[in-house]
Unconditional design. Structure first.
Length: 148
């Protein structure tokens, strides 16, 4: 699994000009499920997301986790993170998991965050979405469960 995590002041996602998810303060997480991903990959990404110290303490050092600051997460499915761009100019998405498996892992990931006490908003799996954010920092982190 792959994720792009951005610390945000706010983030929202629209489908057909209707807001389907929005948060104030927390993380925007773009999630890609790769062919062959297992629960090991899912659990790695969950633990990392929950535990990453991306938020500032009273000394303005990034020492606090999402749970410690009571932040929210907006999770958006993003199969294009699985793109292979090594050949030619058109990305290949052959490495992306099938839509059925990807949606199952996407929902499990969101549930895992919620079970940890984190407030989660979601995009709409498989839909064309417009994502807006105010990146706080900016702080952007890349995670890949196959390259821990």
């Amino acid at each position: 699994m792959k994720a792009v995590i951005q610390r945000v002041s706010s983030a929202s996602v629209k489908v057909e000009n209707t807001f389907v998810g929005q948060i104030k303060g927390g993380l925007l997480l773009l999630l890609g499920v790769v062919k062959g991903d297992t629960n090991i990959d899912l659990n790695y990404l969950l633990k990392k997301t929950i535990g990453l110290r991306l938020f500032s303490d009273k000394y303005n050092n990034m020492n606090l986790s999402l749970q410690e600051v009571g932040g929210s997460v907006l999770v958006v499915s993003q199969f294009t993170l699985c793109a292979d761009t090594r050949k030619g100019r058109r990305p290949s998405f052959i490495n992306a998991a099938s839509p059925d498996k990807a949606e199952q892992f996407y929902l499990k990931f969101c549930s895992g965050l919620e079970e940890s006490g984190i407030y989660v908003e979601k995009g709409v799996f498989g839909a064309m979405m417009q994502v807006q954010l105010i990146n706080d920092g900016p702080v952007t982190i890349l995670l890949d469960s196959r390259n821990p």
